[in-house]
Design a protein around this ligand. Structure first.
Ligand SMILES: Cc1cc2nc3c(=O)[nH]c(=O)nc-3n(C[C@H](O)[C@H](O)[C@H](O)COP(=O)(O)OP(=O)(O)OC[C@H]3O[C@@H](n4cnc5c(N)ncnc54)[C@H](O)[C@@H]3O)c2cc1C
Length: 343
């Protein structure tokens, strides 16, 4: 029997309740295999609130990691605590997410454990054969044009799973809670001076978003991006951008999607005034549904989208926002845009 750890990320719902981030369930689905026992690693969270969801996805053990430190959000501190938990519970493999937290945490854990690390996994086989401890991980390469199968050798492989890579599948089990505290973090040699909110940060991270609404040169100026933010708020979406919008200084680089920006994997990607260059496409081609709003019916994004609207995005976005914010949207209120789909 293998002990498998999954590192859980949490969010606070609109009702103020702590909950497991949706993107964790796909990761758990990938990590769950027969002859394996799942340990959910959760730091300083409301375990009772998280338990029903973790139980319904086959987590046998919830490890309640208690960090009494001002630096509880610091990746150096978190990595140390996680490594101690891995050692104490004889963990054979670790799964985390390719989110900002995972990208900070997993390489540090791999370095401390001298463990093999594969980031960007879309699938993992923990037991390809019965003779070795080797595992196989699949990752996307060359902007998603190829799939690589990577064999890990050595103990405690660590896998960073791409959000939304697979559909979550439930599997009820009995779940117990284990408390893990008293972790000595003196050795981190860090002292927290101050924390404060960065008003420029996006509310929902691009790599985790289920819905992204992105703007390009067609948005014309930074003021028009505020219409995207308004629409995103109603859709519970994150706002992305093409490189042109970033290079023009309309939005920060952290919002850039593409080959030299963020690689995203949302359920819905709405591209507004974006032509669909190869470099932009490289960052969003794995979106489950692409909707394009462009004034040029021949723009490359149109033939790479599931649905498109031939129209001025500066007119459509405010109309859409108005419709979405009304309780009973009426399609008949929409102006007569050219609408199509590729099917
Ligand atoms: C090495 C390299 C790396 C790169 N990396 C990236 C990257 O990571 N991400 C990225 O995005 N780009 C990247 N680029 C740049 C890329 O080649 C394109 O230049 C860029 O994606 C184009 O951005 P855009 O679609 O916003 O602008 P454009 O290509 O100029 O397209 C603007 C679109 O808006 C439409 N439009 C105009 N007005 C309106 C309106 N009112 N309503 C609706 N539609 C309108 C136009 O019809 C047009 O299709 C990279 C380039 C290189 C060489």
């Amino acid at each position: 029997m293998k002990n498998i750890a999954v590192i859980i990320e949490t969010d606070v719902s609109k009702s103020g309740r702590e909950e497991v981030k949706e993107i964790c369930f796909g990761m758990i689905t990938i990590a769950r295999e027969k002859n394996c026992e799942l340990f959910a690693f959760v730091i300083n969270a409301d375990i009772q609130a998280l338990k029903p969801d973790l139980k319904s996805f086959g987590i046998a053990n919830i490890l309640d990691i208690v960090l009494e430190s001002d630096l509880q959000y610091n990746p150096v501190v978190r990595a140390k605590a996680m490594v101690k938990a891995v050692e104490k519970f004889h963990i054979d493999a670790v799964f985390g997410l390719c989110t900002p937290m995972g990208k900070d945490l997993l390489p540090r854990m791999a370095a401390q454990l001298d463990a093999p690390l594969v980031m960007g996994c879309i699938d993992v086989d923990l037991q390809p054969d019965s003779h070795t401890k080797n595992c196989l991980a699949k990752t996307l390469q060359y902007s998603g044009k190829a799939i690589a199968t990577i064999k890990t050798r050595g103990n405690i492989p660590i896998f960073g799973v791409k959000p939304n890579a697979v559909k979550p599948v439930k599997a009820q089990t009995d779940t117990r809670i284990l408390r893990f505290d008293g972790i000595d973090l003196d050795a981190t040699k860090l002292k927290l001076i101050q924390t404060g909110r960065n008003d420029k940060s996006a509310d929902i991270n691009l790599s985790e978003a289920d819905i992204i609404i992105a703007g390009g040169r067609g948005m014309k100026n930074p003021e028009n991006f505020t219409t995207l933010f308004k629409c995103a708020k109603i859709l519970n979406a994150s706002v992305g951008a093409s490189r042109v919008a970033v290079d023009e200084g309309w939005v920060p680089y952290s919002m850039q999607v593409g080959q030299t920006g963020e690689k995203v994997n949302p359920k819905v990607y709405i591209a507004c005034g974006i032509s669909g260059s190869i470099q932009h496409f490289a960052g969003m081609k794995t979106s489950q549904m692409v909707i394009a709003i462009n004034s040029d019916k021949d723009a490359p994004i149109m033939s790479n989208s599931d649905y498109y609207v031939v129209a001025d995005a500066l007119e459509v976005i405010p109309e859409l926002t108005k419709l979405l914010s009304s309780t009973q949207p009426k399609a008949a209120n929409l102006p007569n845009y050219g609408v199509g789909n590729k099917f």
